[in-house]
Design a protein around this ligand. Structure first.
Ligand SMILES: [Zn+2]
Length: 496
């Protein structure tokens, strides 16, 4: 059996997977509410089909004949090894288990939407409970060392463990928490100009212009609206981003647009000739998030970026911006203030939101925390870390979609992403000393090319840890984020 046969086989599986992804995208964008039931069955059937195709005898035969074959290139060997690893993991799931999971996820997602609308956690609780029970079975199926939660972490970030994340979040507590306290004692910056009326269509147009400027290829992607912004792809040549528009808060659209745009550039930069193969896929969620965070924060919240783009804001919204300068706008975008909603929080307290979810998930999977106690526990933690009172479930425990998707072990990758982003961006400015001047001139081509060369084009050739060392000559180091944060916010808040 030849490598080409394996490739053809994997591409057929990818065809079914991406078809399911199209339905998943529809579910969160245009699907009428009455379609939920049948849509859930369709998704469940498709996930059963890909599981059968992938775990079937054909994959096994192809892998065993190719495993020791000579004459494969390094890239081909990597693909075979990664597929085998994935195969061995998937074999642990029965088709019945996969279909159960898919059904439980669809039901939980629909219940979450309703519960969030009514701000009533009780409507979601029984579905969440069922989903957690299935996820606990999954931990046992997959196996783990130490904590059961490690099995789930590994699904999103290979080799991530509670032990390592505990160390990382200890750094956050030791360094970031006191720094934010210092920032809070300084004179607050003004961002009231964001909260005026900003016309929906004009915002949309502005967002599209920002995406184009970043290098998002609209010939191979599009943007739509959803309640929770996300990026998904149906191949390297069809990458979908969504955004949300709040007419009374201009900032929501801007940073969801740039953030999802960063994810999309990664997807569009993966090699299309590796369609269906691991080398055509992103490394991990942490690395994916590093790409969105790098654009959102290191670029999109920099002074250089707004020195160029503030003129565009003024062009679209002359009335709202008539008494605002580029510097005011920059400072306003970087206002640090503990808040309820993770997705609209500042880039420093953001990590406190992640820390809370991480602690909750760890405890759920250690059987130390019950579903019915979640809202109270959540509210107490928000008081403890962010010193704010949570007024209702919609703005509290129900705010994020992840648990309704069964995505436990996912949240920590957000913090990993920011920390990787700071390290990558530091390296980029070292290798391209004119980078900030280029950004100031509205030119991010060289940055995108650098990311394509160093990160995107490799697909899964390296693990996250290997890539980090290859690109920056050291492993993930929280000091880069802390240095970035202290320099930037020290200047904005005049901390000396
Ligand atoms: Zn993201």
């Amino acid at each position: 059996m030849s490598y080409n046969e394996l490739q053809n086989h994997m591409q057929r599986i990818a065809d079914v997977n991406y078809a399911a992804a199209t339905l998943g995208w529809d579910q969160e964008t245009y699907m009428p509410p009455g379609a939920a039931g049948f849509k859930a069955s369709q998704l469940s059937t498709l996930s059963g089909i890909t599981h059968q195709l992938f775990t079937g005898d054909k994959t096994e035969a192809l892998l065993s004949s190719l495993k020791n074959s000579v004459g494969l290139s390094e890239a081909e060997k990597k693909n075979v090894a990664q597929i085998e690893e994935d195969f061995n993991r998937q074999k642990k799931y029965s088709t019945e288990f996969v279909e159960n999971m898919s059904r439980a996820v669809s039901d939980a997602f629909n219940a979450w939407q309703q519960a969030r609308k009514e701000s009533n956690f009780k409507l979601f609780a029984p579905y969440l409970e069922k989903l957690i029970a299935i996820k606990k079975q999954e931990c046992e199926l997959l196996g783990y060392q130490g904590y059961p939660y490690n099995a789930l972490l590994n699904l999103h970030e290979k080799n991530a463990t509670v032990a390592e994340l505990d160390v990382l979040f200890t750094d956050v507590r030791k360094e970031l928490v006191p720094f934010v306290k210092k920032v809070q004692q300084a004179k607050q910056v003004d961002n009231r100009f964001f909260f005026q009326h900003f016309d929906r269509d004009t915002q949309w147009q502005f967002g599209i212009e920002l995406l184009k400027q970043m290098g998002f290829d609209f010939n191979r992607g599009r943007q739509d609206i959803s309640s929770h912004p996300f990026t998904t792809s149906f191949s390297q040549n069809d990458v979908r981003v969504t955004t949300r528009i709040n007419e009374n808060d201009f900032s929501e659209m801007i940073w969801s647009c740039i953030h999802e745009g960063g994810h999309a550039l990664y997807e569009q930069g993966l090699p299309a000739e590796q369609y269906g193969m691991p080398l055509g896929e992103a490394i991990s969620l942490g690395i994916h998030e590093s790409q969105s965070r790098l654009w959102e924060n290191n670029v999109g919240r920099s002074l250089a970026y707004w020195k160029h783009n503030f003129a565009l804001v003024q062009k679209h919204f002359p009335e709202q911006m008539k008494n605002v300068s580029a510097l005011d706008f920059y400072k306003g975008t970087n206002r640090v203030e503990p808040s309820l909603i993770r997705t609209s929080s500042d880039e420093l307290t953001y990590h406190f939101h992640v820390m809370i979810r991480y602690e909750i998930e760890k405890q759920i999977f250690e059987d130390k925390l019950k579903v019915n106690d979640l809202p109270d526990y959540w509210n107490a933690k928000y008081k403890e870390y962010l010193n704010i009172d949570v007024p209702n479930d919609a703005q509290g425990v129900l705010q994020d979609v992840h648990w309704s998707h069964g995505s436990f072990g996912y949240f920590p990758t957000y913090s990993l992403g920011s920390f990787y982003a700071a390290q990558f961006f530091h390296q980029a400015t070292k290798e391209m000393p004119n980078l900030l001047t280029e950004i100031e001139n509205g030119n991010t081509h060289n940055l995108l090319n650098w990311l394509r060369e160093k990160i995107h084009k490799h697909g899964k050739f390296y693990t996250a840890q290997e890539l980090c060392i290859k690109v920056t000559s050291e492993k993930l180091n929280f000091a880069h984020f802390m240095h970035y944060a202290a320099t930037k916010y020290g200047t904005i808040y005049g901390l000396g």
